[in-house]
Design a protein around this ligand. Structure first.
Ligand SMILES: CCCCC/C=C/C(=O)SCCNC(=O)CCNC(=O)[C@H](O)C(C)(C)COP(=O)(O)OP(=O)(O)OC[C@H]1O[C@@H](n2cnc3c(N)ncnc32)[C@H](O)[C@@H]1OP(=O)(O)O
Length: 279
């Protein structure tokens, strides 16, 4: 299975299909990376990359999508004009992702990539998000979801007869805590009230999901959050997850220079770039 994935990945990387420079819109230079299943729009002025899944009808995580996902993340990781933010969202209405395409490959590579990423990642969940769709969102640093009672999110693996592996359990435990995770996995529960249990960070009207994700990076949001930038918060997260002393020391050093950082968002962005390089 892994061999098949590697083979596909290699052939797609070498064919390099669909990478093109986009047009200038106003004074903002936008670059579009596009392949069959993933659309990326990178705004060079803000350094914000929006990554859209487009695998109709339900955005299932097929082998092809997962392969393109890996290639895209790797490209963004090394792209200096991407200042570390992805809004992961769906190009289709109503469904964020139906999860793994059951007939195909493991989703573990996606988990490794998103968890190991040095970029700030935000899931803009604009529809239902069962199983692998939920996993993908949980691997992001923040989750913004459309406020629509028809949309559910959760790990329904048990209902499908799949035993959740330890890494999936650990991911949800980090977010929900131990007891709620047990309940959630035992029942294979899908939630309509994901905010209440903390599975998502914010519910917003459907047409505001993407703009709210974008707002996370602004100075206003930083001031709202007690003058703590999203980048520093994310560094803290990642340091905790990786439990790395080096990373914690680096974070402490950056926190000491907060007043200097606060005055200028670009400095924060530079820190993030430095952080990425220094790992
Ligand atoms: C050990 C490793 C752990 C990894 C953890 C991850 C595991 C997984 O992700 S397993 C997959 C779990 N996914 C689900 O349980 C989703 C099941 N689907 C749904 O709940 C719904 O389809 C929906 C809410 C996503 C969408 O509902 P709706 O808009 O009503 O659309 P339909 O149900 O009519 O579906 C349209 C079409 O899409 C096909 N489809 C749905 N889900 C998947 C899928 N996961 N993979 C492939 N195809 C899927 C569905 O069969 C329909 O096809 P047609 O009948 O041919 O139109």
């Amino acid at each position: 299975e892994h061999h098949q994935w590697k083979k596909r990945r290699l052939s797609q990387a070498t064919s390099s299909q669909g990478i093109r420079e986009g047009a200038t819109q106003g004074c903002h230079l936008r670059r579009h990376f596009s392949n069959n299943k993933i659309l990326v729009e990178l705004d060079e002025a803000s350094g914000v990359a929006i990554m859209k899944l487009k695998n109709p009808p339900v955005n299932s995580l097929s082998l092809e999508l997962l392969t393109e996902f890996s290639i895209t993340i790797e490209k963004l990781e090394v792209d200096r004009s991407c200042r570390g933010v992805i809004f992961l969202t769906s190009a289709a209405p109503k469904i964020f992702s139906a999860g793994l395409d059951i007939t195909e490959m493991s989703v573990q590579e996606l988990w490794l990539l998103l968890n190991g990423s040095n970029m700030v990642t935000i899931a803009a969940i604009n529809g239902s998000s069962p199983a692998g769709g939920c996993l993908m969102a949980m691997c992001c640093d923040f989750r913004i979801m459309a406020d629509n009672p028809k949309y559910t999110i959760g790990l329904n693996e048990t209902q499908l007869g799949i035993v959740a592996p330890f890494w999936l359990k650990d991911t949800i435990t980090n977010i929900l805590g131990h007891r709620l995770t047990e309940q959630s996995l035992q029942l294979g529960q899908m939630y309509t009230s994901a905010l209440k249990i903390g599975l998502v960070d914010q519910l917003v009207p459907e047409d505001k999901v993407q703009s709210t994700a974008a707002y996370f990076l602004t100075d206003e949001k930083m001031h709202e959050d007690c003058n703590t930038s999203v980048v520093l918060r994310t560094l803290m997260f990642k340091a905790l997850r990786k439990n790395s002393r080096v990373l914690c020391a680096f974070l402490r050093e950056e926190c000491n220079s907060v007043p200097r950082i606060l005055s200028n968002l670009h400095k924060i962005i530079n820190i993030n770039i430095y952080y990425r390089i220094s790992l």
